[in-house]
Write a protein that binds this ligand. Structure first.
Ligand code: PAF
Length: 296
């Protein structure tokens, strides 16, 4: 496995591979790798000749009040995991390599960044869109892989790639869950044992909502109120939002039986903020196909 800290060295390595007609898959991460990241790597290795993974805790996507300084950093473990997973190249730049002095260009995806996470983290997606644009420009992958757990992030990146004519396909990969249903997240390590048990609330809410939609519940407001009631019974959980939205536009839906609806959830358990989501598919409506955007 090759490791690169300099953009120029990574570019030279990839240029040679491209000349040899190798296809390149890219998995951007902030490290503290878990089985969710490794499923993106596996997918890339199945689709592409070469897999590049980046490890970079991007300061621009954290607000001053958020967990940048305590975000888990486990470089040795991450290097072991990427090597075991047979990643071809790891890119681990220093902050100055990505944001040199004088940096002043930001990418914003105006509408898709506004609702849901955008309401609670107003500067987050500008930070994500900017770093992902930079990483895609550096790696120039054929396909870049993103987890469904950050569904809104996927939509923001998909739109940005289309709008800016970035010639990479963007592939969504299903959320990987612990045995009790908690979505894998680098932030799960913050949870105490009691909080970890309480966090299964998210997957329980997804189960309740999926069943209700399959049984014919037509009214998003009724379902939302019922989910909020269940949530209020968990003393360790504090609600950020429960939303039932269209999976392409993230706008609230008016019915639940016409097509698939995206249920998206954000809660705080103690000091840890957790998100999750699921597509709720009514009986008789085909499951939406996994999303991949084609380069234009
Ligand atoms: O999903 C993440 O880990 C980050 O938002 C990403 C895409 C690596 C950008 O920093």
């Amino acid at each position: 496995m090759r490791t690169f800290q300099q953009i120029s060295a990574l570019r030279a390595y990839l240029r040679n591979l491209r000349q040899d007609k190798k296809t390149i898959g890219f998995v951007p991460t902030m490290g503290a790798l878990h089985a969710g990241h490794l499923s993106l790597v596996q997918r890339s290795k199945g689709d592409c000749d070469i897999t590049v993974l980046s490890l970079f805790v991007n300061p621009a996507q954290f607000a001053p009040t958020e967990d940048l300084s305590k975000y888990p950093r486990e470089l040795n473990r991450d290097m072991q995991l990427t090597s075991n997973a047979d990643v071809d190249a790891v890119f681990l730049p220093e902050i100055e390599e990505m944001y040199p002095s004088g940096f002043q260009t930001w990418v914003g995806v105006t509408e898709l960044s506004k609702p849901l996470e955008g309401e609670h983290r107003p500067t987050h997606y500008q930070g994500v869109a900017t770093i992902v644009t930079k990483l895609l420009n550096i790696v120039q992958p054929d396909i870049a892989y993103f987890g469904q757990k950050d569904y809104q992030q996927f939509l923001v990146v998909e739109r940005m790639v289309r709008d800016l004519n970035i010639p990479s396909a963007i592939q969504m990969v299903a959320t990987v869950r612990e045995a009790d249903g908690l979505a894998m997240s680098s932030r799960n390590v913050y949870l105490s044992p009691e909080e970890r048990t309480a966090a299964t609330l998210l997957n329980r809410l997804i189960g309740i909502a999926s069943e209700r939609v399959q049984q014919g519940e037509p009214n998003p407001l009724t379902l939302k109120q019922d989910l909020e009631r269940v949530m209020s019974q968990e003393p360790l959980a504090e609600l950020d939002y429960v939303a039932l939205v269209h999976p392409d536009t993230l706008q609230p839906v008016t019915g639940l039986q016409e097509e698939a609806t995206l249920l998206t959830l954000a809660i705080k358990i103690g000091k840890t903020r957790l998100i999750d989501n699921a597509l709720l598919v009514p009986e008789g409506i085909p499951l939406p196909r996994p999303r991949i955007s084609k380069p234009i």
